[in-house]
Design a protein around this ligand. Sequence first.
Ligand code: PMT
Length: 223
Amino acid sequence: FEHGALAGKRIFITAGPTREPLDPVRYISNHSSGKMGYALAEAAIDAGASVKLISGPVTLAPPARVDCVQVETAEEMLAASLDGIDGCDLFIAAAAVADYRPVSVAEHKIKKGSEEIMELHLVKNPDIVATVAGLNEQRPYTVGFAAETRDVIGYARSKLARKGLDLIVANDVSNPEIGFNSDDNAVTLVSADDEVSLPQTSKRQLARQLIEQIAQHYHQSTK
Ligand code: PMT
């Protein structure tokens, strides 16, 4: 693999959902299947990179030769993302991290009461990709995703700036054929001064195109 687009590079990829527990039997989560992140891990391996895949709970088998670290919560995903980040050249955040978690986790199963309405108190989770992009020394080239249902490019651009990312992959998740849990995807790769649309295809195929594009931008940035 010495001649691949990411030969000799170390890359971290987050994938899948996080699970934020409420009590021993319940959690808050989302419909991410991990397919996009796992496909990126496979494509990065094929491009010659060594890959650490930091994965929330999914039913997929990790691709061969990938170092897969399984986590549940956003806080665990952050810790696993920072572990070894010193040697990391590129970071790609494909995970659908829960923005909020329950303020506290009940020790015992929460009982049904007589009240009709129950209130949950949530607290903001750390932003993993923004934390990585904000590292002072040894900051990897950092790529995020933006899952949006409207004004996809506009919101993606504001996330690119707000989180301090190098690139963002804008993903319209209002279309059930693409996005969460589908086999296909279609995205727009957004940089500070450019936009490249990658039309609908399988996540495996799209991941190859994305890794190719990301590698080009990365090599430009290190020139
Ligand atoms: O897993 P699949 O079923 O294959 O679906 C793929 C996908 C739709 C989940 C994927 O393509 C995608 O869009 N992933 C990002 C999902 C998301 O939650 O996006 P967001 O716009 O909420 O977050 C923006 C970016 O910040 C993402 O890179 C996200 O990983 C990151 N983030 C968000 C919150 C947080 N606390 N920490 C983060 O790192």
